[in-house]
Design a protein around this ligand. Structure first.
Ligand code: NAD
Length: 318
């Protein structure tokens, strides 16, 4: 980030416009996040490889560039919100003879990646950025499209202290909670550890409800007990997989996401990769990854991940 890009204040929620931001990846999440930056007064130039995403961005008053290089030229911050680590590393390095973003960007540019990717890929991206004379922050999010639109995302940030301080005002425009988790890659690590808990706990809650059904318990009775006992968890009390006890949970709207099964399957694959590369003797994580892969492949990709309960019920003996 150049001198002129330093945010002038770190007051929560009152970030001053920083230097120009290149926003790459204007999809479900990136589109509304970019809108919030524009509304807050930041100078944003958006780019996406899909023309429809560029059209949608312009319709929301986000100026766009015709190429990534054009968006990045003169930017103080390069913010990416891409599908995977491969997309990110390809964009950083360049493909097909095209120069990568790290080459095109001016010296000392802040590379801020908010995509959800492998921890190892995040560390590699940071190493590449720093080796090219830039700064690097990983800041994956939770909160989904609703959080992106409302500016209420949670950011989990991996970066040296001073880089965290530099991007914090910007993140506070797009989110409500910004947590500094450690150095490069720590944001991604926190994200997949959390989602490992979430994925496994949703399966446990769902199995318990199906077992309760078999044993003649009403959903409400099990909820009333478990939500005030040691079975209490977010999967039960906020995203309850059966309709009724929590009226706002996706189960009450035929499992419309919410947090889609495809994204849970993706995040558990990232957790699985990290479990394997670190040699953790995990058993539930790999199993949960397999369970959500099957769920996603058998029609659950676009449904809320709590729809896993219908899978468990359907596959149970009748
Ligand atoms: P998406 O597919 O809607 O958007 C990604 C966008 O990146 C697409 O528009 C695609 O065309 C664009 N893109 C790909 N390569 C590009 C490149 N080289 N340059 C510019 N644009 C490029 O995905 P999304 O739902 O917005 O998710 C983005 C990231 O956020 C993912 O890593 C996802 O795991 C994570 N995430 C998503 C959610 C969610 O609820 N959707 C929640 C938390 C985290």
């Amino acid at each position: 980030m150049s001198e002129s890009a330093q945010p002038e204040t770190t007051q929560p929620g009152t970030a001053q416009p920083a230097g120009p931001i290149a926003f790459l990846g204007l999809g479900h999440m990136g589109g509304p996040m970019a809108v919030n930056l524009v509304k807050a007064g930041y100078t944003v130039t958006g780019f996406d490889v899909v023309p429809a995403a560029l059209d949608a961005a312009r319709a929301h008053n986000i100026p766009t560039a015709d190429t990534a290089a054009e968006a990045v030229a003169g930017a103080a911050v390069v913010l990416t919100m891409l599908p995977s680590g491969k997309h990110l590393l390809d964009a950083y390095r360049g493909t097909g003879g095209e120069p990568g973003l790290l080459e095109v960007a001016g010296p000392g540019t802040m590379f801020l990646d908010c995509s959800t990717i492998n921890v190892d890929e995040a560390r590699e991206a940071a190493e590449l950025a720093v080796a090219a004379g830039h700064r690097s922050v990983d800041a994956p999010v939770s909160g989904g499209v609703v959080g992106a639109e409302a500016g209420t995302l949670t950011f989990m940030v991996g970066a040296p202290e001073e880089d965290f301080g530099a991007v914090r005002p910007l993140l506070e425009v797009m989110g409500r909670r910004v947590v500094h988790c450690g150095g490069h890659g720590a944001g991604q690590a926190a994200k997949i550890c959390n989602n490992l808990i979430l994925g496994v706990s949703m399966i446990a809650v769902s199995e318990a409800f199906v077992l309760g059904e078999k044993l003649g318990l009403t959903h409400q009775a099990l909820f009333d007990v478990a939500s005030a006992a040691s079975g209490q968890c977010w999967a039960l009390t906020t995203n309850c997989p059966v309709p009724g006890p929590v009226p706002t949970s996706p189960a009450n709207r035929d499992y419309q996401p919410g947090f889609a099964g495809a994204l849970m399957a993706k995040d558990l694959k990232l957790a699985l990769n990290a479990l394997e590369s670190t040699g953790v003797a995990a058993r539930l994580g790999p199993l949960a990854s397999e369970i959500y892969d099957t769920f996603a492949a058998e029609g659950g990709a676009g449904r809320d991940f709590s729809g896993i309960i219908t899978d468990i019920r359907d596959k149970s003996a009748h």
